[in-house]
Each structure stands twice: as C-alpha cells, then as structure tokens.
Design a protein around this ligand. Structure first.
Ligand code: AGP
Length: 607
C-alpha cells in the first residue's frame, strides 16, 4: 500500500524519482521521501505529508546524482511523521519498503540486544539494520541473506553508501516492476510510474532479486540464489493515459472514460455479429467445458462485480456459482469438488487477500482465472489464465471504469461458459449479447445527468447517512453506490437488498435519511415500487433512478432521474453511472481528496 521507486542512469535521479512518485501517490500519501547518491554520500530527504511537500524541500537541495530511491507511504507500523517516513538508513544501508514485516518486533529485539539503536517505529528500519548487520561490502549478498530472516510481505529497494552505482531490489508478496531503459534502470511498485521513461518492463516474481549497475541488470530467483534470464515485456499504455487530461480529478476522468473503456473491452473479447469470442486461448477453452462449479472471489468494488455476475451465471451458464469476499473466503474450510473454476477479479491484480485466495484454490487443484486490469500483475501471472479488462490505468482510488469493464468480462464469460456447456447456442449468444453494443452509448447518455447530479449533491452533501436500495441485478449496484459515496465523501452510506427493508433497515427511515432507490422496470420493479411507498410512508426522502419511459414514480419520489432503457440483464452497466457521479460531486463539493481519500490506497497489498 505504499509506492516505492528506484532509478539508476544518466538522468538526475531526484527528478525521475519525484515524477515517478507522483504517479504512485494513489498508493499512499501519508509521507514521502527520497535518498540520492550525491558526491559519494547518500542524502536522505523525507517529510510527513504529500509529495508536493517533499518537492518543496528538494528545491533547496542540490542533489545531482544519477542513483536514488524514493517512497510515498501508507502508514502501517508507526504513525505518519517525518521520523517514520521512508527511506530508512542503518549504517551504510538505505532502503525503501512496501509491505508488512510480521516478525519485525522479535527482529528488533534481537538487534537491540546486539547494541543497535532504532530511531523510528517502523518495521522498515528493522530491515535496513538487518541488511546492515549482514553487510560485508556486497549489497546484493547482504539483501539476499537478510530477507531469509523476514516473515511477511515486502518489496524492497536498497542502496549502500559503500557501493555507488549499485541498486538491489527484492520482491515477496508486494508488487515490484523492473523498467529497462537505454542504459538506465528503474524499479517501481506499479507500471504507471515507469511509463514516461520506458514501456519495457519485467515484473518481479516472489523470491526474485534484481541487481542493477551501470553494466546492466541481473535477476536471481529462488531467494536470489539462481540466476534467471528474463526479457522485458512491452506494455502498450502511454503516459498520457495516466494523466488527468483536463479533468479536475482522475476519478472524474475515469468515470467519463467508461464508454470507451467498455467498448474497448467488448471489442477485444467478443464479436457481436457472429458471436465469436477472442476470450480465451484455445487450451483454456478446452478445460472450461468440464467445469461444474464457479467460485468468484474478490474485494470491494471487484466483489460487487462478482455479485452482479452471479445472476448471469445462473441465467446463461446454468451452473452452481458462489461469490465470496476474499478476506472471508481464505479462512473458510471449503470442501472443493471436481471441476471447480475459481475466478479472481482484481483491478490491480495485487490485492493481498484475493491473491491469497488464488493460492489456496491453486493448492486445491482448482482451475483458476484472473480478471485483471493491470497487465503482468501478480494475480494475472499466477492464475492458470487471465482475461484483461481494457480500462487503461485507473489512478483514482475509487474504482469506476475498472468496475464496468469487469462487468463486461464476467457477462461474456457467463455466455462463454453457457455455450461450452451446451446450455446456450451460438445463435442464442448473438441474440443475448447483441444489446451489449448499445451499452457504451447508454453509459454516455447516463453521463449527461452530470449537472443534475451535481445539483443533487449540493442539496444532500451535508447529510450524515444514506441508504441505497436495489433488488436482483441491482442489489450489488446499491452496494457499489454506497461504497463510492462513503469511500470518497466519508459520509456513512449503506447498500441493502430492498427486500430486506422490513427485516431491519426500515427502522432507520425518517426525514433525515435520504434513500437512493434503483428501479429499472424489470421483473422485480413492482416490489421495488412497494419499497418506495414504505419509505415514503415513514417520511423518508426518496431519490429514484428508473427507465426513461417510466413515469410512474413521478409524485411518489422526491427526486426521479431517468436512464436509458437497457435490457433487464444489462441494467447494472447503466444504473451504476449516476451513483458514481453523485458520489464524486458530493466529495468534490465537500472539498474531500477525491483521488486520494483518507486512510485508503489504490491497491490493498497488505492484509
Ligand atoms: C473500490 O472503489 C475500492 N477502492 C476498493 O474496494 C477496491 O475495489 C478493492 O480494494 C479491490 O481492489 P482490486 O480490484 O485492485 O483487487
């Protein structure tokens, strides 16, 4: 949940690292710092607060060197302050770290008993001192020996004041990507940080150690003991894709990118005119027809996408299907059966709980599939197969375009599984999927509610509680709408199955409780209409979203917004959009940090 960077090359490391850190700030922004090799010394500059503050401090420092490391922090051990900010130094060693060292307390006690004093509360400083203790003039060796004593997750980049021109990076359970430029090398937690400098990347695997010098790079596997030959992969994302492009926030840009992102994802996976799928490599297609059960596992917004897809697997694949929150799934004592396909949905491809669940299912012999947005991410690489959403880099912490593109992949997957199981024919698929091509346009139409929703946000931004209600395919959309509002505006919001109102939540209803209701004219619409009446009978304030041609709710609700009428089974694509916009405007009007909400980070790579 932190962003770490390293640079070795002819450019000014300070400038490269600052630019790269800004592209990683969504991973954590409690504090930031750099360590630059200058005139034979490693100068460390670090501060509580965001990178902008660090940039101010660096203006006063003439750090010319071409080797350095940097860090933007999401605090785990030790509160956010100057002392706990990374990089951390011990003896000649200076490091930055992303992850959690689970045995840091006993390591610290052992090092203290050997006379080492600590200045910070962090687990990272313990790692620096462990490397320093092992150091006998060879940084690579010292890192490889030190990590053998670590338990937990860690991506580390290390320098030694005694070895100018040497940078060592090690990865276990926290993402780390090597970037290969023209006689220059980069390491970073995530690909967007590298894009201004190189598209040639080598994601490090667990237990891999990279040694970078002016002569080139070497990668060692097996805890850094076995030299490996790994060639860079080309990532087609451009730097511009990771820019705001005139929008006020990344989240706003990403909401408005959804028509294109959804269209790109559809066209990369499926051809509506003949129903052909470019979905899987042929060999994966062979095994999918023997699948007898589907398990969907994810966290947060990605979990909501899984919940929506359950209805599609029920209807189009006619297969037993479950959806689990990864942090719960991994602690169940599941009796896996034969022919289980486990699908792991993750924008970042690095979420610790989802990755842990993947490893459990692989261990149990299940077929595993990743649905990821970040190419070559850990989940993408460790699953048996992967399908990518083509949302492009999603920088805003609140996930939007990744969600709707996840829905595309899962919808098409449900049709594909149905076809391989002989439940539906290719002709059925053309007929079922044909309306999908209208979805980008429907999303575009829904985006035109932007100004109206901004006005609505202005009216409700001071409310302290919201209830979001939906049924059937839009129950998960109610959950998603509530999550969007709470995670960026810090207003308490709860998503609920509308049918559950009478089992508790109706007790909450009064004139201070705005209730957002998703009411497409589908097979449960009449039930939702009754729920609206129940809320109004208790003086609740109802904000309803319904189909453009349905005027029944006028006069029944306090606010009604009209959306394009999509096929019943495709309404989640459309109904989530106004909820994203509403949450965005409430947060922006409240002056919240929309792209970097407090306490959150884009990828939860720690448990
Ligand atoms: C979504 O807006 C949140 N930022 C969060 O719930 C996120 O969806 C969750 O952490 C899962 O992330 P992933 O898709 O990268 O695995």
């Amino acid at each position: 949940m932190c962003g770490i960077v390293g640079y070795l090359g002819p450019k000014k490391a300070k400038e490269v690292i600052l630019e790269a850190l800004k592209r990683l700030e969504y991973r954590g922004y409690d504090s930031a710092g750099v360590a630059i090799f200058t005139d034979g010394r490693i100068e460390v500059v670090k501060t509580k607060g965001k990178i902008a503050r660090l940039e101010e401090l660096l203006k006063e420092r003439d750090l010319e060197g071409g080797l350095g490391i940097g860090h933007t922090r999401w605090a785990t051990h030790g509160k956010p302050n100057d002392i706990n900010a990374h990089p951390h130094r011990c003896g000649p060693i200076v490091i930055v770290h992303n992850g959690i060292i689970e045995n840091y307390a006993e390591l610290r006690r052992s090092l203290e008993s050997e006379g080492i004093d600590f200045y910070s509360e962090t687990d990272t400083e313990v790692v620096a001192c462990l490397i320093s203790k092992k150091y006998r003039g060879n940084l690579f060796e010292a890192v490889v020996e030190a990590v053998e004593e670590l338990e937990g997750s860690y991506a580390i980049v290390a320098l030694s004041e005694k070895e100018p021109g040497v940078m060592v990076a090690y990865r276990k359970d926290s993402p780390l990507v090597l970037g290969v430029g023209e006689e220059e090398y980069f390491v970073a937690s995530d690909i967007p940080a590298l894009l201004p400098y190189t598209n040639r990347v080598i994601p490090l695997e667990d237990g891999e150690c990279a040694l970078m010098t002016e002569r080139g790079y070497e990668i060692y596997q097996g805890g850094g003991r076995v030299k490996a030959k790994k060639e860079p992969k080309f990532i087609s994302w451009s730097p511009a894709l990771a820019e705001k492009a005139g929008y006020k926030h990344f989240m706003q840009k990403e909401i408005f990118e959804q028509p294109r992102a959804v269209a790109d994802t559809i066209s990369s996976l499926f051809s509506p005119d003949d129903g052909s799928f470019g979905l899987f490599e042929e060999d994966f297609a062979q095994v999918i027809k023997d699948v007898k059960r589907i398990r969907l596992v994810a966290c947060g917004t990605s979990y909501h996408a899984c919940l929506v897809s359950r209805y599609w697997f029920d209807r189009f694949s006619k297969i037993p299907v479950e959806a689990d929150i990864a942090s719960e799934f991994r602690y169940r004592d599941i009796s896996f059966g034969e022919g289980e396909l486990c699908i792991f949905v993750s924008q970042s491809g690095e979420t610790a709980d989802t990755l842990a669940a993947l490893r459990i299912c692989k261990e149990a012999g299940c077929l595993t599939l990743g649905v990821c947005n970040v190419m070559e991410s850990t989940i993408a690489r460790e699953a048996d197969s992967v399908v990518y959403t083509l949302a492009g880099p999603e920088i805003g912490v609140a996930s939007t375009k990744a969600f709707t593109t996840q829905l595309v992949v899962l919808f098409l997957l449900s049709l594909y599984v149905g076809m391989t199981r002989g439940v539906i024919t290719k002709e059925d698929i053309v007929q079922i999927a044909e309306p999908l091509v209208y979805i980008p346009g429907y999303i575009d139409e829904a985006l035109r509610l932007d100004e109206q929703l901004k006005e609505l946000a202005r009216k409700f931004m001071k409310k302290e509680h919201f209830l979001y209600l939906g049924r059937y395919l839009n129950y998960p959309i109610a959950l998603e709408g509530a999550l969007k509002l709470k995670e960026i505006s810090y207003i308490h919001a709860e998503g609920y199955a509308a049918g559950e109102m009478k089992h508790g939540p109706i007790a909450l209803i009064d004139e201070n409780m705005p209730v957002v209701v998703l009411a497409p004219k589908d097979k449960v619409y009449e039930k939702v209409k009754s729920n609206i009446e129940e809320v109004k009978a208790r003086s609740g304030v109802v904000i309803a979203f319904t189909d453009r041609d349905n005027r029944e709710l006028e006069g029944k609700c306090d606010y009604v917004f009209y959306l394009p009428k999509a096929k019943e089974y495709l309404t989640p694509f459309v109904y989530v959009v106004p909820l994203q916009l509403f949450a965005y405007h409430v947060a922006a009007l409240k002056g919240c940090d929309v792209d970097q909400p407090r306490n959150l980070a884009k990828a939860v790579t720690v448990e």
